[in-house]
Design a protein around this ligand. Structure first.
Ligand code: HEC
Length: 225
């Protein structure tokens, strides 16, 4: 009985002040105290304005996030590492012996290949190609390889019912070509690793290709001029 009057008094006060602020916002001349019963449903303009401002803020935030997010996605898809750039600039390579055996002095491409090898091949052929469940790739003996271009075919299509998986579904043609070049260059390091497969045979050395004919022709042209 002693605690009731206080909240009522507060409520009455509150109502009076709300009515006042409403009559201050409203420019019409209706006497504000005309209907006490209508009070709860009276529109409160400053509340509505606050709500509108809040909604606007959220909308701005949403738009900002959407623009920022899509910008980030676009920039990410456009940004290429120097290695990826080098790979992209190759154009369409042909997986022949000349191409495969001519790429290993291109540092950036071999960095691309080393990364691919680390990600995809290490678990079966070892960090340095010394062999684990897959054959040693550093000696002169091969099971499936006779020519440099066989390396590409093995990587692309796999061997032995996928004991050596096919990578053509996962890697691009150029990626498989630089990888072939990397694998061809592992040959001759003779690392101690997986013992030689019973089926493996020693193969002929990789062919050595003369300097590109095009370059020679250009030099000749300059001399005759
Ligand atoms: C799941 C294990 C596995 C992975 C991963 C794997 N290989 Fe192999 N690889 C093998 C096996 C096993 C063989 C031997 C196939 C056979 O018995 O004919 C092989 C054979 C090869 C050969 C032929 C070797 C020879 O002596 O003829 C090459 C080259 C080769 N792999 C390269 C790669 C490269 C490059 C990658 C990475 C893109 C890779 N492999 C990933 C298991 C694997």
């Amino acid at each position: 009985m002693g605690s009731n009057p206080i909240p009522t008094a507060f409520a009455a006060d509150d109502r009076a002040s709300r009515r006042m602020s409403f009559s201050m916002c409203a420019s019409d001349n209706t006497p504000s105290a005309s209907s006490t019963n209508a009070l709860p449903s009276e529109p409160n303009h400053s509340d509505a304005r606050r709500r509108r401002r809040k909604a606007l803020l959220w909308i701005c935030l949403g738009i900002g996030l959407a623009i920022g997010g899509s910008l980030a996605v676009v920039m990410r898809s456009q940004w290429r590492s120097p290695e990826d750039e080098a790979l992209a600039q190759l154009g369409e390579l042909t997986p022949d012996a000349r191409t495969i055996l001519s790429l290993h002095d291109q540092r950036l491409l071999m960095q691309v290949a080393a990364k691919l090898y680390r990600n995809e091949c290490t678990r079966c052929h070892g960090m340095d190609g010394q062999g684990m469940s897959g054959p040693n790739l550093t000696d002169e003996y091969y099971v499936n390889v006779q020519r440099a271009e066989d390396i590409y075919d093995i990587i692309a299509n796999g061997r032995n019912h996928n004991a050596m998986p096919a990578w053509k579904y996962k890697l691009s043609k150029n990626e498989m070509i630089v990888l072939s070049s990397y694998v061809a260059a592992l040959r001759g390091r003779d690392l101690k690793g997986r013992p030689r497969d019973a089926r493996a045979v020693e193969i002929a050395p990789w062919p050595v290709f003369e300097v590109e004919e095009k370059e020679v022709e250009e030099e000749d042209d300059e001399e005759s001029r």
